[in-house]
Design a protein around this ligand. Structure first.
Ligand code: G1P
Length: 312
C-alpha cells in the first residue's frame, strides 16, 4: 500500500510562523509535524509516500528530500491552486498508479497506531474505508451515517449532524475512487470535496466502510490545537532542549528547541522554535515564537522575528 499525504495548505491560521516554515514541517516536541505521519504510515506497511505540495514545494522538497528518517521513499505532486481535498488528491494519481493507498491529512497527529483500520481495509476488500471518531462537535467535520460498519451517507459539516462520527483524516482507497474524481463537481463553497467523492462511491454501489478510531486525534492548524498537540506529545510537562539558554521561570507545557535563547519573567503554554531568540521583560504565555523576537510580553501571540500576530 502507498500513501498520499495532503500537505499543500498555507497554514494561514498560524501566520506569520507558517510564512517562513511550512505547517507540515513545524516542529512539534522538536520533531517536524510530518515525522509523526511517517511513523504511523510505516507501522501499517507503507513504503512509498507521495506528498502533495503547493506554494510550499521548494521548502518541502528541501527539508524532506527523497527519503524520510524512518526509511520511506518520498515523491512529490503539486496542486497548483487550493480547490479542496479531492482536487489535491487527484494530482497524486500517476504516482499511486494501480496500488491501494492511504490518504492522510498532513496536519493530523494520532496517538495510537492505525493498524486496526488498515487491517480491516485489507481483509474486507472494500473500495474505501475511512477512519471515523466519535466527537462532541461533529458539525465541524465531515459526518458519517453508518449501518454497522457500512457508511450509508456522508455530509460535510452538517448544521444538524445525524451522527457523532467525524471523518478523522485518514482514508484508505482502492482504484474505484479515481473514476469518481472524473465526475466530481465543486461544492457550494467551490471545492472538490473528498466527502462528495466518497458519497459517489456509496451511491454507485461500492462497499464503503468506517473504522472507528479510539485513540486521540489532533489537528495542528490553530494556535490552541498546536499547543494542545504539543502538550500531549510532551506529557503536559516541559521539553527544554539541553542546547538552549533559558532565563525564566518555567511553567507547564513549554517546548524550547535547540539553539534557543529565551529571556522572560515566566514562560508557560508556549513553543519556542529551534534557533529562536526571544527577549521579553514580561511573561510568555499561549504563544508560538520563532526567529529573533522581542516584545514586552508575548501573550496569545504567534511571532516570527519582528512579525507578530495576537490571536484571541
Ligand atoms: C476536512 C474534511 C472533513 C474532515 C476534516 C478532518 O475538513 O473535509 O470531512 O472531517 O478535514 O480534519 P477541513 O478541516 O479541511 O475543513
Amino acid at each position: 500500500m502507498k500513501a498520499v499525504i495532503l500537505a499543500a495548505g498555507m497554514g494561514t491560521r498560524l501566520y506569520p510562523v507558517t510564512q517562513v516554515i511550512p505547517k507540515p514541517l513545524l516542529p512539534l516536541a522538536n520533531r517536524p509535524t510530518l515525522d509523526y505521519a511517517f511513523d504511523r504510515l510505516k507501522e501499517i506497511g507503507v513504503q512509498d509516500v507521495c506528498v502533495v505540495v503547493g506554494g510550499n514545494e521548494a521548502a518541502m522538497r528541501d527539508a524532506l528530500g527523497d527519503k524520510t528518517g524512518n526509511g520511506l521513499t518520498v515523491a512529490y505532486a503539486r496542486q497548483p491552486e487550493a480547490k479542496g481535498l479531492a482536487h489535491a488528491m487527484s494530482f497524486a494519481k500517476d504516482l499511486v498508479g494501480t496500488d491501494d493507498f492511504c490518504m492522510y491529512l498532513g496536519d493530523a497527529v494520532y496517538s495510537e497506531s492505525l493498524t486496526g483500520a488498515a487491517e480491516r481495509f485489507r481483509s474486507s476488500g472494500c473500495a474505501n474505508l475511512n477512519l471515523v471518531k466519535a466527537v462532541p462537535d461533529p458539525s465541524r467535520f465531515g459526518v458519517a451515517n453508518v449501518d454497522g460498519d457500512r457508511i450509508v451517507r456522508l455530509v460535510e459539516k452538517p448544521k444538524v449532524p445525524e451522527s457523532n462520527l467525524a471523518m478523522a483524516g485518514v482514508y484508505f482507497f482502492r482504484q474505484p475512487i479515481w473514476d469518481m474524481l472524473e465526475d466530481l463537481q465543486p461544492s457550494a463553497r467551490g471545492e472538490y470535496e473528498i466527502t462528495d467523492a466518497i458519497q459517489m462511491l456509496v451511491d454507485r454501489g461500492h462497499d464503503v466502510r468506517a473504522g472507528v478510531y479510539t485513540g486521540e486525534w489532533f489537528d495542528t492548524g490553530t494556535l490552541d490545537s498546536f499547543l494542545e498537540t504539543s502538550a500531549f506529545l510532551i506529557g503536559g510537562g516541559t521539553l527544554i532542549h539541553p542546547e538552549s539558554d533559558v532565563d525564566a521561570e518555567i511553567g507547564q507545557n513549554v517546548v524550547i528547541g535547540p539553539g534557543c535563547k529565551v529571556r522572560a519573567t515566566r514562560i508557560e503554554n508556549a513553543v519556542v522554535l529551534p534557533g529562536a531568540t526571544v527577549e521579553s521583560d514580561g511573561a510568555i504565555h499561549r504563544s508560538l515564537i520563532g526567529g529573533n523576537a522581542s516584545a514586552t510580553e508575548f501573550v496569545s501571540t504567534i511571532a516570527m522575528g519582528s512579525d507578530s500576530r495576537r490571536v484571541d
